[in-house]
Structure formats: C-alpha cells, structure tokens
Design a protein around this ligand. Structure first.
Ligand SMILES: [Fe+2]
Length: 296
C-alpha cells in the first residue's frame, strides 16, 4: 500500500548519522518536484551523457537511450515502467530512502527496483552520502533492460534473503558482491574496460577515475575473492573487479553460497587495496592517494 511521500532524514546520535528506515513504497510525487529539482536532473544527465560514451558499457548506454532519458526534467516512473515491464518484467517502485536489508532483498527477488523519489540539492552534484533519485534511476535502472543482468539482480535478491537467514557474516559477504558488481563493477569489452556499476556511472569523478587512473587495482572477477574483499565507502574504490560479460555474473550466482560463507568465515578478509598472487591482474594500482585504514 502506498503512503504519503516523506523525506527521510538521518538522525544525529553519538554514533554519527544513523539512517531512519522507512519501509513502505510511495507514489512518485512528480507534481511536487520544484524547478530546481528538475534542473538538478538535467545538469547531472547532461554531464554524464557527454562523458559516458567513452566510459560506460554499451548495454548501459543502450538502456539510457531506450528509456529516452533526457534534459526534460525528472522522468516519470510510470512512463519508464511501461518500457521496463515489457522488456524484462521489472518495475520501479518509489521509496523514501535506504531500506532495511530484508525489505530490499524482497523487492529484488520479486523484480521490483526501489528508487528514492527525491533528488539531491544543487550543492550536492558531486557527492552525496546516501542514494538519491539520480543514483538509483540513472545509475541502476538502464541495465535492468538487459535480460541477463535483470536475472542476476533477481538472483541476488533471492540470495540476499537466504543470507539474511544465515547470519550477519553471510550477509556481509553478499553485500561485498553487490558492492563490487552492481555498484562498482567494470566489464571487459573490445574497446577496453568499461563501466557497468551504478555507483560509478552516476558519478562524474569516479567514472573518469575508475577507467583512467593508475592508482586503483583492476582485477578479474572471482566470486570468492570478491565476497572476501573489504571495500571503501568514503573514497573512490581501491580495487575494481572486471567481469568478462553479464553471463559470467549470472552464472556465479547459480551455486548455493552456503559452503562459501562457511569457508570464508574461517579466514581473514582481504583488504581493499591488496593484490593476491592468485589474482588475474589487469592493472596493479600505484595506490597513489590511498588511505591506509578505514576499510569496511
Ligand atoms: Fe546503488
């Protein structure tokens, strides 16, 4: 049941800002967006549209075209759902902000993608600590038109519900998989490495950094390796994992993860900047500018 949209603020506590979760879906309050909100969309769209042909994978760029994203202000979810539903049976649902894990997984497992209905302010074009409409919609939704990636996202949601039932360590392993693929993944193409991760394509700075910088590692995707690798939430990534194609990603979710969780629970996690002897290394990063602590 939809409820009245309400911007969710984080609460300041002695542990810093803590998100206040709202679990319901809302009706996208399209009529209430201000001209400033629409201008923020247009500005972010224009910047990424100019940049991404040289950086993003073709499946992402095709998705942007098929949805008809443009500089006409914030898209209406209902219009996008017409296209999305016909293509892969996915549906965008508007939400107030970050969701508790089990609610988020349930959406994905049922081919619903939650999108924050509100957009960042003009002084937050380059950085925002929580996902807004531009990140969720522009970053994530174009690839949901790709049938293989769409299936991967659903499989991830199902895996999430299982991991949630197993315990917090399993959930952490699975969260790393999402982080290093859905949010910060790179893909190998004939034109070189390209971006498919939503956290990168929705950020001008990281789009350039993830492909052009010599600082981070770029390492071939390996499920266990990814699930055992810590990550940064406060800086650009120190390691990016590279898939060969979306089939590789989907196939990786085929086996039951339970034995992998059990195995990883007995060892040490790999730090975000580390390169292992067993890695397929596309680029060993120079580590220039890396912080030495603070992995998650
Ligand atoms: Fe995201």
């Amino acid at each position: 049941m939809d409820t009245t949209p309400r911007r969710v603020e984080h609460q300041q506590t002695d542990r810093g800002y803590v998100p206040v979760y709202a679990t319901g879906t809302v009706e996208q309050p399209w009529a209430s967006y201000s001209s400033t909100d629409h201008e923020v969309w247009d500005t972010l769209y224009r910047r990424q549209k100019a940049l991404l042909p040289a950086y993003a994978c073709k499946e992402f760029l095709e998705g942007v075209e098929r949805f008809g994203f443009g500089e006409g202000g914030i898209p209406r979810f209902d219009d996008l759902n017409e296209v999305l539903g016909k293509a892969t049976g996915w549906k965008i649902v508007a939400v107030e902000g970050l969701l508790p894990d089990e609610v988020f997984f349930d959406h994905l497992a049922n081919r619903r993608f939650p999108v924050s209905w509100w957009i960042r302010k003009p002084d937050q074009l380059d950085y925002l600590s929580e996902p807004d409409l531009f990140h969720d919609l522009f970053g994530h939704v174009p690839l949901l038109l790709n049938p293989v990636f769409a299936d991967y996202m659903q499989a991830y949601g199902k895996g999430g519900m299982k991991a949630h039932a197993i315990g917090p360590e399993a959930l952490m392993n699975l969260t790393r998989l999402y982080w290093y693929t859905v949010e910060f993944g790179l893909i190998r193409t004939d034109e070189g490495l390209r971006i498919y991760g939503a956290g990168i394509v929705s950020s001008k700075g990281e789009s350039i950094y993830s492909i052009d910088s010599t600082a981070p590692n770029r390492i071939g995707f390996n499920l266990e390796r990814v699930m055992n690798t810590k990550y940064r939430i406060d800086t650009f990534q120190q390691t990016y994992f590279v898939i060969d194609d979306f089939e590789q990603l989907f196939d990786a979710t085929g086996p039951d993860f339970t034995p992998i969780y059990a195995k990883l629970a007995t060892g040490e996690a790999t730090s975000a900047a580390e390169v292992l002897d067993t890695d397929k290394v596309y680029q060993r990063g120079t580590r220039e500018g890396f912080a030495t602590s603070g992995d998650n």
